[in-house]
Structures are given as structure tokens and as C-alpha cells.
Design a protein around this ligand. Structure first.
Ligand code: AMP
Length: 213
């Protein structure tokens, strides 16, 4: 089982694919989740980054790298990096850290999706605190009853940064930063591009092949 770095624009399905790998024993390292946790704890860091995250802009490289650094140094399982690196500078910092920790067993999976398709996925997405997630624009993913979780009956919520303006900002920021990151990993022969719209199960199979699972 190789380690994996997921590089993908928002709503390309990183979360869904990560769940599949977690079930197979992977540790899920998501900078977005770690940052949201700081916000919900109302820590000093959380207060500092709340507005930046709401606007869909990137948190500084120093802050996110510190979180990743700590986490990888305490990690013993195969891992998924979800949402990191997001800039070329972050990719280089990560490369140094991998060298320091002798991590060479990894591949980079890029999930490719067009902005309008991703926007539909994001704006329709509703989640429940129990972990269930839904999409009002895709028939099989709609909740049975509007706004209510099928699993536990609680009210469904939209993620704070899932509005159109913020989404377009996040997507454009991703595209701006992405090209050099792809080139960086391509030059290391680690990059694998997968069309994210071919169906979740097919995407999962392709990922498993790449990671020797
Ligand atoms: P995500 O859950 O991965 O979509 O991330 C949500 C938000 O967290 C992003 O829009 C950024 O504001 C912030 N964020 C997450 N990962 C990073 C990162 N690697 N670098 C900078 N900001 C990040």
C-alpha cells in the first residue's frame, strides 16, 4: 500500500475517494479538516484563519505546513494527503519533509473535473453531523425528506464555504496554483491524472491499481 497525495479542485471527489481508502486502513490527513477543527475549537489559530477560509482564499503556507509537519512526524500508517500541497512552495516543503522522514513510497493522484460540474456538486451538497452526505442535484443522492438526514433524522447543513462566490474563488485559486504542482510531480514521475466524472467506483479501482492495493 503506497502513500497517496490527492491533488484536486474542490468537489472533485477527494472526500469520497478518501473514505474508500480509510476503510482499507489508510490514515486520512486533510488540512481543510484540521483547519476547520481549529475554528470550531475557537483556538488562537482558528480565530486567525476563520475569515480567510470563509472567503475561499488560502491560509498561509507556514500555518498549514506546521500542521502537516506535526502530523506526519507522528504517523505510522499509510496515509492520504488530502488538500495539501496547494502551492508549489508547499510541494517543495513537503518534498524536504519526505526526505527528512525517508518517505519515498508515494504516488500523486490528480482528480480532474471542470468548474461547472464541480459547482453543481458543491452547491447541492448537504451534510449531517452524523457523517452522512447528500446532493439535491443528483437524484440518487437526494435525502428522502427535504433537509432531513435519512440516517439519523437531524437537520442537514450546507458547509460554510459552499456558496457560489466562495466556490468560484476556491476553484480559480486552485487552477492558478495547480499547474506548477502538476509539473513538479510529473517531473518526478509520480503524477497520475484521473477523470473524476467517470463514476466513483471506477475512479476507486484506478486509484487502487496505482497504489498497489
Ligand atoms: P478543503 O477542505 O481542502 O477544501 O479546504 C478548505 C479551505 O481550507 C481552503 O479553501 C483553504 O482556505 C484552507 N486550506 C486547506 N488546505 C490548505 C492548504 N494546503 N493551503 C492553504 N489553505 C488551505
Amino acid at each position: 500500500m503506497k502513500n497517496v497525495i490527492f491533488i484536486a479542485p474542490p468537489s472533485a471527489g477527494k472526500g469520497t475517494q478518501s473514505k474508500e481508502l480509510i476503510n482499507l486502513g489508510y490514515d486520512h490527513i486533510s488540512t481543510g479538516d484540521m483547519l476547520r477543527e481549529e475554528i470550531s475549537k475557537k483556538s488562537d489559530l482558528g480565530l486567525k484563519i476563520e475569515d480567510i477560509m470563509k472567503s475561499g482564499s488560502l491560509v498561509s503556507d507556514d500555518i498549514v505546513f506546521e500542521l502537516i509537519n506535526k502530523r506526519l512526524k507522528n504517523n505510522s500508517k499509510p496515509f492520504i494527503l488530502d488538500g495539501f500541497p496547494r502551492t508549489l512552495n508547499q510541494a517543495k516543503l513537503l518534498d524536504n519533509l519526505f526526505n527528512e522522514l525517508n518517505i519515498d513510497n508515494y504516488e500523486v493522484v490528480y482528480l480532474d473535473i471542470a468548474m461547472e460540474e464541480a459547482l453543481k456538486r458543491a452547491l447541492g451538497r448537504l451534510t449531517c453531523e452524523c457523517g452522512a452526505s447528500y446532493n439535491i442535484y443528483y437524484e440518487p443522492l437526494k435525502p428522502k425528506c427535504d433537509g432531513v438526514c435519512d440516517v439519523c433524522g437531524k437537520a442537514l447543513v450546507r458547509r460554510g464555504d459552499d456558496n457560489e462566490e466562495s466556490f468560484r474563488n476556491r476553484f480559480s485559486t486552485f487552477l492558478e496554483n495547480n499547474e506548477p504542482i502538476k509539473e513538479f510531480y510529473n517531473s518526478k514521475n509520480r503524477l497520475h491524472v484521473i477523470d473524476a466524472t467517470i463514476g466513483n467506483e471506477i475512479v476507486t479501482d484506478k486509484i487502487k491499481n496505482i497504489l498497489d492495493i
